[in-house]
Write a protein of this length. Structure first.
Ligand code: ADP
Ligand code: MG
Ligand code: MG
Length: 519
């Protein structure tokens, strides 16, 4: 395998004229092709909501080991199956919720939404997952192995911008790189196609088609539940436009897609009166007599406590969950994405064998072995198991905790505690709540460098890359061996951050968009 850091790739762009030229081409291409976000309020005032700015992006695609890339793509359908099966297993999830809920009101509230709906009975068997499994390349001597950072089951973002980033780097390879004095970025780049936008749209369409026609005579639609003031709106719009394209191409006519801020659910949504099927109705604000039946509700909000400022927001989530619309995700699917689940899957039995949890959901030694290879060490923080007690010793020892990250059951970036900050953080919370966290070994990818274009400025230096592989899955959630109707590997994301930064979220302002150059 070619060395990741070998040769002069990527070029260092010492020449200011070359740097400026490439930056200008990228700025223009990004706006022209929707590799863009809304500007942050601090950057400029935009009362009319008309401005866009370039998404942060690397100037060159980062080198990524081909064998690791292929392994991550190949295992995705097994991951789809694993998480579909977990979400079917209410008993398994319920036990883990009990372990974390004491120190985690948000998880407890989610579980309560599920219990309320269970009591009256679910009216929709199907659940849709637009998943993303995230990895870093771990270097152990001369061996490179993908190790999973986390598995996302809700609001897995950047599929829309990621396909655009692959296209940007492909365009630059076809045009600009060959004009550079340093020819290392020009010859023989292996840039794989990226079907992330198409793949996620196809997942949404599979669920829309499975829902079928409205029995009430309404037009059916897809709802995107979004956050107020969302800046990453074009990422979501790419999925919407592609969904419309795919529905037109299949001859069914354009699927109506509506964006609904989570806070406006009570005003715009109702459950069909007098129908035991609980169809979810959407009332168009510009024409209240226009009523649509939501076939699919795609949540790009609702993944963290900030989206639930009060009881009304929890009531709104309950109405979505109890309705006939196919939720992406259902509450159980969202809970399957808890870091606690990932920890339990990755914690070996006391005799060192693979976790019984993993074997409970996945049959076949090859599949189990394939998943296991992607796990790194993750420990519980409880005080009842040997693994938990070991983790508590590690996490409270300022020297021993250097190689670890402490994670709560949260999504969206910015929630973790790293290395030497862990003991102090644990001191600041009641010990009774430690069990709501997991302790994970830090993955150490090989050093790379690249140039990031962020807010018009170039940043040159060491970088760390995180690969995400998208998976789309539609399944019957109501029984332990319920049918899987659709399961695909659906493209990839490469996110890159400066090697001084612990977190890598693009939306959270730490990372940037990238694509792979296979080596
Ligand atoms: P979230 O659900 O908030 O995105 P993550 O588990 O993905 O939480 O953690 C956020 C970021 O922290 C990751 O994108 C990565 O940059 C860093 N990180 C998390 N776990 C590890 C790990 N085990 N090794 C190295 N970096 C990690
Ligand atoms: Mg996450
Ligand atoms: Mg993450």
């Amino acid at each position: 395998m070619a060395s990741l850091t070998g040769g002069s790739y990527p070029p260092s762009l010492d020449d200011e004229l070359e740097r400026d030229r490439l930056a200008q081409v990228i700025k223009d291409w990004s706006i022209a092709n929707g590799l863009a976000v809304r500007p942050p309020p601090a950057m400029t005032s935009d009362p009319e909501g008309i401005l866009a700015t370039t998404a942060p992006v690397t100037i060159f695609p980062s080198p990524f080991p081909k064998s690791c890339f292929e392994e991550a793509k190949l295992i995705q359908k097994t991951y789809n199956e694993l998480y579909a099966r977990i979400s079917q297993d209410e008993e398994f999830l319920g036990e883990l919720v009990q372990e974390v809920a004491g120190g985690d009101e948000f998880i407890a509230n989610l579980w309560n939404v599920h219990l309320r709906v269970k009591m009256e009975g679910y009216v929709q068997n199907l659940a849709l997952g637009l998943f993303r499994s995230d990895y870093m390349v771990h270097q152990d001597g001369s061996t490179l192995q993908i190790k999973q950072v986390e598995f996302n089951t809700i609001a897995s973002s950047f599929a829309g911008l990621s396909a655009q980033t692959s296209q940007l780097h492909t365009y630059l390879a076809q045009t600009e790189y060959s004009l550079l004095k340093d020819t290392s970025a020009h010859a023989g780049l292996d840039l794989p196609a990226n079907g992330s936008t198409k793949g996620l749209a196809a997942g949404l369409k599979a669920a829309f088609d499975a829902y079928g026609k409205s029995e009430l005579g309404h037009r059916t639609c897809v709802l995107f539940l979004v956050q107020d003031g969302e800046r990453n709106v074009f990422d979501q719009r790419h999925l919407e436009y592609e969904l419309v394209q795919q529905s037109l191409a299949s001859g069914t006519g354009a699927i109506p897609v509506f964006r609904l801020p989570f806070s406006q659910i009570p005003d715009r949504i109702s459950i069909a009166p007098g129908s035991f099927k609980r169809q979810l109705l959407y009332h168009l604000p510009s024409n209240p007599s226009a009523v649509f039946e939501a076939a699919v509700v795609y949540l790009r909000a609702g993944y963290g406590p900030r989206d639930y400022p009060g009881q009304a927001a929890w009531e709104a989530r309950y109405q979505i969950e109890r309705s006939a619309a196919i939720a992406c995700p259902s509450v159980l699917t969202q809970l399957a994405g808890m870091k606690k689940v990932q920890q339990v899957l990755a914690t070996p039995e006391s005799d060192g064998s693979h976790s019984s949890a993993l074997r409970r959901f996945i049959k076949g030694d090859d599949k189990v072995e394939g998943l296991w290879r992607t796990f790194t060490n993750i420990f519980p923080m409880d005080d009842t198991t040997a693994a938990g007690q070991k983790a508590r010793c590690l996490a409270t020892d300022p020297a021993a905790c250097q190689g670890y990250v402490l994670k709560p059951q949260r999504e969206g970036g910015g929630n973790n505690t790293y290395r030497s900050a862990i003991p102090g953080y644990l001191q600041s919370i009641p010990e009774a709540h430690w069990g709501s966290y997991i302790l994970m070994e830090l993955i150490t990818p090989p050093p790379l460098s690249n140039i990031i274009l962020r807010n018009g400025q170039l940043e040159h230096g060491g970088v760390i890359c995180e690969l995400g592989v998208y998976g789309t899955c539609l399944w019957d959630q109501t029984s332990r061996d319920g049918k899987i109707l659709h399961s695909e590997e659906s493209g990839y994301l490469l996110r890159t951050k400066g090697d001084q930064s612990e977190e890598g979220g693009v939306a959270a302002g730490f990372g940037c968009m990238d694509s792979v150059s296979l080596v």
